[in-house]
Design a protein around this ligand. Structure first.
Ligand code: AMP
Ligand code: ZN
Length: 487
C-alpha cells in the first residue's frame, strides 16, 4: 500500500517498523468547544486509515490525546489558554468544560461511525512524562530557561522546517499577523515547552516542576503521550493540515532531539473542509456541528459519505447543496442494496476476490476513497448472485463504515411493512398502520373521516385529517382503505 508522506512529499510504499504492530498516533481535539464538521473530516479519514490497515491484516495500536491544557489561542505560544477561555465563556471549571466537550466529541464520533482509538489520553494525565523530556532537553542544551519559561532552541537543529518548501519568513510564527513577538525567545521559531509566566495569571491548572509552578506548552503533549504508549518510534502520525506547522514541526524537533534518532516515519495530513466563505474554524465565528446537521434532518452518515467521495489530500468545499446531493446518493445506494435479496446461496469466491481487489487497489493508492466508493457501485452492477454482492458490500463496509448492511435491512423491513399494509388494505376497506401497531383512538378518527366523506362533508374530512397530522399521524389513502403512520 502506498501512502503519501508529507515529510518526503511523495507517495511511499508503506512498510511498518514492526510487522506485528503498526503504531499510529492522531492529534486529538482541544476540548473547549464542540468539534465542527471540518475537524470531523480529519477524524473520519484517520478512522478510514486505521480500519484499512486492519482490513489488510496489520495489527494496529492507535493513540490519541485530548488537549485539556496548554493550547493557547495562537499557535505561537501567545494569548490565553483555550480551555480557560472556554471555561470563562460558560462559567464552568476547566475540568467541567473538558469532560463535557470530550463526551460531546465521542458522541459525535459514534454518530459518524468513527471508532474510538485504543488509547485516549488527556494531556493533564502525563505531566511527569513532559517534565522528563524537557529535563533531558535542558541537560543536552536543546532547551533554555528565559523570563520564567522553558523554550526549545530551534537554532540547534540542522533542519527545522520538515513539511514546507515555503519561504522561512512566511512560516515564522512570531511574525504572523496579530501575534506579538515574545522577547524571551532567542530565535523567532523557538517555542515554549513549559510556562511559568503567562500574561494570564489566572491559569487554572498548574503543576510543580524543576522550573517552577506552571503548565506544559501545547506541542510537548503529543510527543509525551505518544512515547508513553507507543515507545520511541512511530509508524504514522496524523492530523489536519494546519497541524503541520508549527505543531508537528515542533513535535519532531523536540522528540528527535530528545531521542537522538528518527521518531516517526509517515506524516499524514488531511486537507481542510472549507465553507464557500473560507476555512471552518473553532475559534472564529459560527461553525457547523453534527447536532446542527441532525436538526436540519441530515443523517450524520450522509456527511461521512460526502467526505469519502473526495480524496483527503484535496480541500473539500462544504455547501448545503453538496450535502443534499450526498444524502440523496447515500439514500439511493441504501435502496439499491436493500433490493438485493439475502439468501444462503453460495458465494462466488472469484467474483468476491475481483470486486474486493478493485476496492483494495483504490485504497492502496494513498487511500483513494472516492475510487473506493466507485468500487462499491461496481459491486451493484456486477454479474453475480445477491449473496456474493452482499458479502462484498459487508466486507468493504468494514472500512467505509457507512452502516450499509444495517440500513439496507431497515429499508427492507420498512418496504415489507408497507407491502403488508397495502395488501391488507386491498383485501377490503381496512385501517392499518405501517408499523403494524393498533391504536383504537386513531382507528376511530379515521372511521369518522370515512363517514364524513361518505356524507360528502369534505371540510370535516379534511379537518379530521389535519387534526391527526397535528397529533403526529399521517394518512395515506389506498384503493380499499387507509394506511397510517407516525411521523
Ligand atoms: P483542534 O480541536 O482545533 O485541535 O483540531 C482537531 C483536528 O481538526 C486537528 O487535526 C486539526 O488539524 C483538524 N482541523 C481543524 N480545522 C479543520 C478543517 N477546517 N478541516 C479539516 N480538519 C480541520
Ligand atoms: Zn498533536
Amino acid at each position: 500500500m502506498y501512502l503519501y508522506n508529507s515529510a518526503s512529499r511523495k507517495k511511499e510504499l508503506f512498510v511498518p517498523n514492526h510487522p506485528d504492530l503498526v503504531k499510529m498516533y492522531t492529534c486529538g481535539p482541544t476540548v473547549y468547544h464542540y468539534a465542527h464538521i471540518g475537524n470531523l473530516r480529519s477524524y473520519i479519514m484517520e478512522d478510514v486509515l486505521e480500519k484499512y490497515l486492519r482490513y489488510v491484516g496489520y495489527p494496529v495500536k492507535r493513540v490519541m490525546n485530548i488537549t485539556d491544557v496548554g493550547h493557547l489561542t495562537s499557535d505561537a505560544d501567545e494569548g490565553e489558554d483555550k480551555m480557560l477561555k472556554g471555561a470563562k465563556r460558560e462559567h464552568k471549571s476547566v475540568m467541567e468544560i473538558a469532560k463535557f466537550y470530550t463526551d460531546a466529541f465521542f458522541s459525535d464520533c459514534a454518530k459518524l461511525n468513527i471508532k474510538t482509538p485504543d488509547v485516549v489520553e488527556p494531556a493533564t494525565n502525563c505531566i511527569d512524562e513532559y517534565i522528563r523530556i524537557i529535563s533531558k532537553l535542558m541537560d543536552t542544551g536543546y532547551a533554555y530557561f528565559a523570563g520564567g519559561n522553558v523554550y526549545f532552541d530551534t537554532s540547534k537543529l540542522d533542519r527545522y522546517y520538515i513539511f514546507n518548501d515555503f519561504n522561512a519568513e512566511d512560516l515564522d510564527v512570531g511574525v504572523r499577523e496579530g501575534v506579538e513577538e515574545d522577547t524571551n525567545k532567542r530565535n523567532r521559531n523557538d517555542f515554549v515547552l513549559w510556562f511559568t509566566k503567562s500574561k494570564f495569571e489566572d491559569q487554572a491548572l498548574k503543576w510543580d516542576s524543576p522550573w517552577g509552578v506552571g503548565y506544559p506548552g501545547w506541542h510537548i503533549e503529543c510527543s509525551g503521550i505518544s512515547m508513553k504508549h507507543l515507545g520511541e518510534d512511530l509508524d504514522i502520525h496524523c492530523g489536519g493540515i494546519d497541524n503541520a506547522f508549527p505543531h508537528h514541526t515542533n513535535e519532531i524537533a523536540q522528540s528527535e532531539s530528545y531521542l537522538g534518532h528518527k521518531w516517526c516515519n509517515w506524516w499524514m495530513h488531511v486537507l481542510h473542509l472549507n465553507t464557500t466563505s473560507g476555512k471552518m474554524s473553532k475559534s472564529s465565528g459560527e461553525f457547523l456541528t453534527v447536532s446542527l446537521l441532525e436538526e436540519k434532518g441530515y443523517d450524520p452518515l450522509s456527511y461521512r459519505f460526502f467526505c469519502l467521495q473526495s480524496h483527503y489530500r484535496k480541500a473539500l468545499v462544504f455547501s448545503w447543496e453538496n450535502l443534499d446531493n450526498a444524502q440523496l446518493s447515500y439514500r439511493k445506494l441504501i435502496a439499491r442494496i436493500a433490493a438485493l435479496k439475502p439468501a444462503d446461496d453460495p458465494i462466488d469466491e472469484s467474483v468476491f476476490a475481483e470486486l474486493t481487489g478493485k476496492f483494495k487497489s483504490a485504497m492502496d493508492n494513498d487511500l483513494n476513497t472516492s475510487l473506493a466508493v466507485t468500487a462499491l457501485y461496481d459491486v451493484l452492477k456486477a454479474k453475480a448472485n445477491d449473496a456474493t454482492k452482499l458479502a462484498v458490500i459487508a466486507d468493504l463496509d468494514r472500512v467505509l463504515s457507512l452502516s450499509l448492511m444495517e440500513k439496507a435491512a431497515e429499508k427492507r423491513e420498512e418496504l415489507s411493512r408497507q407491502n403488508a399494509a397495502t395488501a391488507a388494505a386491498s383485501a377490503g376497506f381496512s385501517i392499518v398502520s405501517e408499523s403494524g401497531e393498533d391504536d383504537p383512538a386513531v382507528t376511530e378518527k379515521i372511521e369518522s373521516r370515512r363517514a364524513a366523506k361518505k356524507a360528502k362533508d369534505f371540510a370535516l374530512a379534511d379537518q379530521i385529517r389535519d387534526e391527526l397530522k397535528a397529533g403526529g399521524i399521517e394518512l395515506t389513502d389506498v384503493p380499499n382503505g387507509v394506511i397510517w403512520k407516525r411521523i
